[in-house]
Design a binder for this molecule. Structure first.
Ligand code: UP5
Ligand code: MG
Length: 196
């Protein structure tokens, strides 16, 4: 008897594009489990006894991308622990190392659907993250210094990955600059059209 592989949607876009916000809404409306790679890394950073705590903090504060062995294992463990079969993977893969590591460790084990790309201008992204920082997000990277680095990593390392998926016809792009309600209207259409 063949066991069905879990369905995976990658959710990508710049810092503050609204990935987390839209994923919560998708979870409320469709049968998906949301796994944010950034949230999993922040959890691992604070876990007592974690050997990666300091490394993760240094990478996050400097907007650098944590080595894939760490992130991919956190994702795989979270998938297994959930016992669920449809996942939104938010904020991953964000560079070639991430993509290669995922392909080595996970691609055979999952049923990849598509990439959701939340496309949003840099100024809007920065404004949203700074706003979140001011309202007490507690994130150590919601400051101008870290944001400049996050944006530059996104442009240099993450956009080429989105372009790669685009070339393979696997990207669904959404304009993420309107308000969250309006963006979700578009998101919903895509999920319904994809049979979810
Ligand atoms: N907001 C959201 N949507 C809005 C809208 N349409 N209109 C107006 N406001 C809107 O939203 C950000 C803020 O904007 C919130 O205040 C929200 O209310 C408002 P959010 O939904 O949180 O946006 P999101 O795209 O999730 O932004 P986030 O900051 O989480 O994106 P990043 O990609 O920068 O952060 P992430 O947590 O994914 O990664 C952080 C760091 O972890 C990375 O820089 C990296 O160092 C590390 N990392 C890795 O190394 N590897 C990984 O695989 C993942 C992360
Ligand atoms: Mg997020």
């Amino acid at each position: 008897m063949s066991v069905e592989k879990p369905k995976i949607v990658f959710v990508l876009g710049g810092p503050g594009a609204g990935k987390g916000t839209q994923c919560s809404r998708i979870v409320d409306r469709f049968q998906f489990t949301h796994l944010s790679a950034g949230d999993l890394l922040r959890e691992e950073r604070s876990r007592e006894g974690s050997e990666f705590g300091n490394l993760i903090e240094d990478y996050i504060r400097n907007g650098k991308i944590v080595p894939v062995e760490v992130t991919c294992s956190l994702l795989e463990n979270a998938m297994k622990a959930s016992g669920k079969s449809r996942f939104l993977i938010d904020g991953f893969p964000r560079n070639q190392d991430n993509l290669d590591g995922w392909n080595r460790q996970m691609s055979e084990k999952v049923d990849f659907q598509f990439v959701f790309f939340f496309d949003c201008g840099e100024d809007v992204c920065v404004k949203r993250c700074l706003g979140r920082g001011q309202s007490g997000s507690g994130r150590t990277d919601d400051n101008l210094d870290s944001l400049k680095k996050r944006i530059s990593t996104y442009n240099n390392d993450s956009l080429p990955i989105i372009k790669f998926f685009e070339g393979a016809g696997q990207v669904k792009r959404i304009d993420a600059s309107p308000d969250a309600e309006e963006v979700f209207g578009e998101v919903e259409k895509i999920f319904v059209a994809s049979g979810f």
